[in-house]
Design a protein around this ligand. Structure first.
Ligand code: G4P
Length: 525
């Protein structure tokens, strides 16, 4: 097959972390080492600064920047690398979850002093659900932090994955001397003063006394003891276990000082998986199939309120995409042609003629796409695996201007299609409820309804703990549940049943009293 080679070269991945662990810095350094940019600071941070939470325009501006940095593609050592950026702000966590459906692997960045933090845990859980292979980068070794062995235990325990260090740090903080690469048996020395990292020094084995001359006898002895312990405690690195997401190789470094970045990049291109098969409702699709197919995993509204254009990000799952060719939009049952599909090369957007499985393309859209939509060459199939998560913040949404009812419903409809939040209709009183994972989304919705649709919304408080989907094969129990809980039932946009639990207790009681009913916290079940 002509394009098989192209697909095999693709490595599409995301870097995830808790805010401030160093995701942006590592991303930039990977681009720098990969030759995609030439100076540090060229890639604007996609992170929404904490201070900006009340300043919505600032957030929009930053989100605007993030369109350009949403996907960063570059070529490195015969590989075509696509880094998918993910917003760091926790209120945009849903965006990140969805982006994770479009990657073949991830790098998790952990701050050596902080260890596993809340967002790291949540995002890794999403990867674990999907069996996405994980490489761990323990960052900020130039600062004092947790003991490496303790940290590895913490990762195993909190992220529920076995680890295998492929490099080992020599000291940390002021005493950080460098890392020993267990795979290549080489030493890379750290010197914060050096712009350029000196090349690695290779040894036949860890007992080589020349190591002492580089880092001193005491540090060398400690290194030998620790490496011996690593080799006995942790199993040999097995690439298949990594690809099956059963084991995560671990690296140590300091992204700020460019340290450990080359190691992780070189190992990444050796071991990270190329595009693999994807699931549709109907069948499994191989990336090497002749015919193009893909799905929309993210929609980004444009900044310009005069053009309600949006960019739909499509992950190509099979074959080759061609510009100006007719493709089939499965949900709308219509043929569509794209004159200006864009690809993303470092910080530039460019029109592409062709793109291959593993690539991400941006399609200009005037309202045809929803998150999760499938494009094919005519086949009726639907990609699965883009879950919505149980929201935890809720408000009733009402029309604030009776003359603009139509605008309001259209606006809400489109914003929900973009995945800004979720809409539920209470079955008891017919009122509409917006559910989000973060408080910021309410501001986003209000602002965008006004500026893009000319509509005014009003929020009213509602006291709810969680909205979760439910189903059961036991019809009698299901009917009984619906009868008793009729005030707390809603439908989502796809008309599926949702239970609005007003407290942890209410949810637990429902689970206890209706054992044959399954309650789901993601919409994929
Ligand atoms: P994020 O995208 O994960 O949120 O983190 P980001 O890369 O923005 O890094 C957060 C802060 O940590 C930044 O400092 C960054 O310079 C610093 N940092 C990243 N990697 C390292 C490292 O290896 N060692 C040390 N010592 N610091 C590191 P900041 O002061 O918040 O921002 P800035 O003003 O430097 O941009």
């Amino acid at each position: 097959m002509a394009f098989e080679k192209e697909i095999k070269q693709r490595r599409t991945f995301a870097i995830i972390s808790h805010p401030d662990a160093g995701k942006t810095t590592l991303t930039e350094k990977l681009l720098l080492f990969g030759g995609a940019i030439h100076i540090a600071g060229a890639v604007k941070s996609n992170k929404i600064k904490k201070t900006a939470t009340s300043d919505f325009m600032e957030i929009e501006k930053q989100r605007g920047i993030s369109v350009a940095t949403s996907v960063m593609g570059f070529d490195y050592k015969q590989r075509k690398i696509n880094i998918l950026d993910t917003p760091g702000h926790k209120d945009f966590a849903e965006d990140t979850y969805r982006t994770l459906t479009a990657v073949d692997s991830v790098i998790v960045v952990i701050d050596v002093a902080k260890g596993i933090e809340e967002q790291t845990k949540k995002l890794t859980e999403v990867c674990r659900m999907r069996n996405t292979p994980i490489i761990v980068f323990i960052n900020k070794m130039d600062r004092d932090g947790k003991d490496p062995f303790e940290l590895l235990d913490e990762i195993e325990e909190m992220l529920s994955i076995k680890v295998r260090p492929l490099a080992w740090p020599i000291g940390m903080g002021h005493n950080f001397k460098g890392v020993y690469n267990l795979f290549f048996k080489s030493l890379r020395l750290f010197n914060p003063e050096h712009e350029k990292i000196p090349p690695a020094i290779s040894f036949s084995n860890i007992l080589d006394t020349e190591i002492d001359s580089h880092i001193g006898t005491t540090a060398a002895e400690t290194l030998r003891d620790e490496v011996e312990l690593v080799e006995t405690v942790y199993p040999e690195f097995d690439i298949d276990l990594y690809k099956n997401a059963e084991i995560a190789p671990v690296f140590f470094g300091s992204a700020l000082y460019n340290f450990g970045v080359q190691e992780i990049l070189d190992t990444f291109i050796e071991i990270a998986p190329s595009p693999s098969s994807s699931k549709t409702l109907e069948r499994i699709v191989s990336p090497y199939e002749e015919k193009f197919s893909g799905f929309v995993f993210k929609i980004h509204a444009n900044m310009d309120p005069n053009h309600r254009d949006r960019i739909a990000f499509v992950k190509i799952c099979s074959g080759r995409f061609e510009r100006n060719k007719n493709y089939y939009h499965v949900r709308l049952k219509k043929q569509m042609k794209f004159a200006n599909p864009t690809s993303f090369i470092a910080e530039k957007k460019e029109i592409v003629e062709y793109a291959y499985a593993g690539d991400i393309i941006g399609l200009y859209d005037s309202g045809n796409f929803k998150i999760g939509d499938t494009l094919t060459e005519g086949e009726q199939m639907h990609y699965t695996g883009i879950p919505s998560f149980s929201p935890e913040m809720f408000r009733y949404i009402e029309n604030g201007d009776p003359m603009k009812f139509k605008q309001l419903s259209k606006g809400i409809d489109q914003l929900m299609d973009e995945g800004v939040a979720q809409l539920f209709t209470n079955e008891f009183n017919g009122r509409k409820i917006i559910g989000t994972v973060g408080a910021l989304q309410f501001e986003v919705i209000e602002y965008r309804l006004k500026h893009e649709y000319g509509a005014t919304c009003k929020y009213e408080p509602i006291h709810l703990y969680k909205a979760c989907w439910f189903a059961s094969k036991n019809k009698a129990q299901l009917d009984d549940f619906k009868k008793r809980k009729y005030q707390n039932l809603a439908k989502d946009k796809q008309k599926r049943d949702v239970f609005l639990a007003d407290s942890v207790f209410a949810l637990e009681m429902a689970q206890q009293n209706f054992p044959d009913i399954q309650f789901y916290f993601t919409s994929e079940f």
